[in-house]
Design a protein around this ligand. Structure first.
Ligand code: PMT
Length: 401
């Protein structure tokens, strides 16, 4: 999403400037082209050399320096960016920009540019809440510029409250969202993700290897594309994607009940979760003791869990349903029969024994099979990129109907 996007990063004088070095590194990794312009006071916090090394290009801060090709530097910088990001944005620089003051390289470039501004403010709570700062923010928002919210916590000055700059990872996500076309706006989606757990007793359970990464990538991407997303997730170690309604559940029965709540009003159900097919027939409400068994071998009798996809496949109506198939052998054959049994519009089949595919990792290798029997074997790709492919297919189905 950020590949080849031209981002001008304005760094102003606050302690959070050190985080912007990490931000530049993340932007470059995501494929963006980054120009860094620092205010003089920012250079007191972090050396321009740090940003130069990270961005792999010259850092600008001296309005009166001459370019070797005689091009007027601030005008050339002002023309390039797709967006100007100011992170950290101090009360002082926000105030200058809101009032048309152009007395350094950064504010001059901004005055000469037509690019949208995104601010990641960072300042003391009282400065942030000061009516003058808030008035300046309102003024800039009214002009169409964007402000990221600040975090709350202990600030560098020792105060506790609002005014903490958003983390670099959040700023990158914000930019990705900014550049993403809202082509799924108005669509309601339910995405399931992660494993389910089935308790044996209060301390033990059975589960599987799903990390939730595949489902979370789909939910995050769909929300960025404007969909109204409910993510129903088993226990995972991932943070809730922004803009998504996260419903946390434990067992397959919980997942079934949660999907029931959102299914009626949804347009799309994507079943990326790995729900446990079985649960212990009897739950022991006390911890099972080792000494309770004389034998070396202990059995747990299992009973079948409901098949959530099959349940909703029967009452699907005009909704689009996408399934996954996690296989270890005969992948295409099994996937095809699951697609028919569960009434999916298409199925994403992964051979979970292949290196780079299936559980836990950041990549997957899949074949997508649709109801006409068409198969598409995709190369290894990140779960993020695969989620875009899946959502493009969902979008194409909306266009067809
Ligand atoms: O979470 P990650 O670590 O990123 O791993 C991703 C993944 C491997 C979990 C994912 O890519 C995947 O394959 N998900 C489906 C796993 C699975 O349960 O496959 P299945 O072949 O057993 O089930 C077929 C379909 O029926 C799936 O869409 C599944 O969500 C659904 N199902 C299965 C069992 C059940 N009781 N109810 C269901 O709805």
């Amino acid at each position: 999403m950020l590949k080849d996007k031209h981002i001008l990063l304005g760094v102003t004088g606050g302690i959070a400037a050190y985080k912007s070095a990490d931000l530049v590194s993340r932007l470059i990794k995501a494929g963006a082209k980054v120009d860094v312009v620092m205010t003089r006071s920012a250079t007191e916090f972090v050396s321009p050399l740090t940003f130069q090394t990270m961005s792999q290009s010259k850092v600008h801060f001296d309005l009166f320096g001459l370019e070797s090709n005689m091009e007027v530097e601030h005008i050339s910088l002002a023309q390039r960016p797709d967006v100007i990001l100011i992170a950290p944005a101090t009360a002082n620089t926000i105030g200058k920009i809101a009032n048309g003051i152009a007395d350094n390289m950064l504010t001059t470039v901004i005055m000469a540019s037509t690019a949208r501004l995104i601010f990641a403010p960072a300042m003391n709570t009282k400065m942030y809440l000061n009516p003058i700062t808030q008035g300046n923010i309102r003024k800039l928002k009214a002009l169409g510029h964007l402000f990221m919210s600040t975090g709350e916590g202990r600030l560098a000055c020792g105060d506790v409250g609002a005014g903490k700059m958003a983390e670099p990872v959040e700023i990158v996500q914000y930019l990705e969202d900014f550049f993403t076309e809202k082509d799924l706006e108005g669509k309601k989606m339910v995405v399931t993700a992660g494993p389910t757990i089935e308790s044996i007793d209060p301390v033990r359970y059975i589960t599987n290897h799903s990390s939730g990464k595949m489902g979370y990538a789909i939910a995050r991407n769909a929300a960025m594309r404007g969909a109204d997303v409910t993510l129903i997730s088993g226990p995972v170690n991932l943070s809730a994607p922004s803009g998504v309604n996260l419903v946390q559940i434990e067992s397959t029965n919980d997942m079934l009940e949660a999907v029931k709540e959102y299914f009626d009003s949804c347009d799309v159900l994507i079943k990326a979760a790995a729900p446990s097919d079985f649960r212990p027939l009897n739950y022991n409400d006390k911890k099972i003791k080792k000494r309770d068994s004389d034998s070396e071998n202990v059995s747990i009798e299992l009973t079948r869990n409901p098949d959530i996809a099959a349940y909703f496949g029967k009452i699907k109506g005009k909704r689009i349903m996408v399934g996954f198939a996690a296989e270890t052998n005969n992948m295409e054959e099994y996937a095809l029969s699951k697609m028919k049994e569960k009434n999916f519009d298409f199925i994403v089949a992964n051979d979970v024994t292949r290196e780079g595919a299936g559980f836990k990792g950041d990549t997957n290798i899949v074949s997508i099979i649709d109801r006409s029997g068409k198969r598409e074997n995709l190369p290894i790709m990140t779960k993020d990129d695969l989620s875009s492919v899946i959502l493009d297919k969902v979008k194409a189905l909306f266009i067809q109907t």
